[in-house]
Design a protein around this ligand. Sequence first.
Ligand code: GDP
Ligand code: MG
Length: 440
Amino acid sequence: SLSDKLQNTFKHLKGKGVLTEKDIDAAMREVKLALLEADVNFKVVKEFVADVKAKCLGEEVMKSLTPAQQVIKIVDQQLTELMGGENVKLSYSPTGFTTIMMAGLQGTGKTTTCGKLANYLKESGKKPMLAACDVYRPAAIDQLEVVGKACGTPVYTDRGCQDPVKIANDARAEAERKGYNVLIIDTAGRLQIDEELMQELQNIKEKVKPHQILLVVDALTGQDAVNAAKGFNEKLDVDGIIMTKMDGDARGGAALSARKVTGKPILFLGTGEKYNALEAFHPDRMASRILGMGDLLSLIENAERDYDEAKAEKQLERLKKNQFTLEDFLEQMGEVKRMGGIGKILEMMPGVSSRQMQNVNLDESEKEFRQYEAIIYSMTKEERQDPSILNASRRKRIAAGCGLPVSRINTLIKRYEETKKMLKQFSRPGAMKKNRMLRG
Ligand code: GDP
Ligand code: MG
């Protein structure tokens, strides 16, 4: 992967100590190849490498005691810049009612992303409504209704109407009447940009005057995605980009080039088919992720969002009363799983490369989880609630019950005791949450 390649390049540099211009040149050639292979736009790569090289040859870097680290820092900064520097948020209309129009080729994920956005908006305290303006396929309306139901968001449809402008305006009137404050317009796409599609979208833009036009771009299609984004933007002057399918084996090129080529910011990443698989896009975190430095901040944010506050409070209460049981421990492990599993967490940890991810470690930790589960399920209620009664004969019985050696049970109890001790050090649920994560 891009991340592996860049890490190799830097490992090589790090082994060098003092760097010469030749070393920098060689490293930049590798960076260039890695980016091109990741399907980053050629012009973007050329400019990027030239910028990085110029900065690297600056006095401070070459004379620094840690030139390799300086080079990595520069690449990190330039990557961040390339992707826009700062996180750009979705903008709401000052009128109090925001209309968002989706645009993009067919299959990029517009309809799915409507649901994700509705979810996101609700979490942000907004009241969203969806409008079905893909009028060519009846199935498209059905699909949006399924999405709306899954996200608990109403969908405005008018199956007899072939005019997306009318549907959008009627939907807006209804939304305002019923007290909603954001309308998300799902539109039709084509397999390729064509005049008719553009005309229709421009027409909606002109007559409905959406506050935000969001372009949905499929990261898996690489350069094509960037070209499509450019085309759409030239006709529609969009406000931002949502890059979908970042969970797949996208080579990263689309995310890296999109901003530079269109001049428009990426607002969100789509990272899965589920309706909570939408992440705010942070260029700096993405750069670190590409460079293999991990993405702890995103991880913690996800954890915070997914972690059940109420459960945390309850566990904390129990802890205070010294009642943190093995059942609570199991529940905690379940939480980790719910947040995407230990794999997802490892993936975002600094220093864990995708190569490392591929080897047995991952399977091992999942296996360990499953074993702990099996052990705890083999205990009596009494034992789960008060592990201190687990003497040798009980441990032997449990081992026989779950088909694992007694040593595994001892390890589990040790892990439980450690967790309990660690949790005790935190008095606020907020602190507990974060530190729970770092235990990994
Ligand atoms: P539309 O034609 O632009 O409306 O695209 P759809 O919303 O119908 O999505 C097309 C396909 O892409 C569906 O199978 C979605 O489940 C899938 N999809 C959308 N977003 C993502 C994403 O972020 N990750 C993955 N893996 N699949 C996605
Ligand atoms: Mg659709």
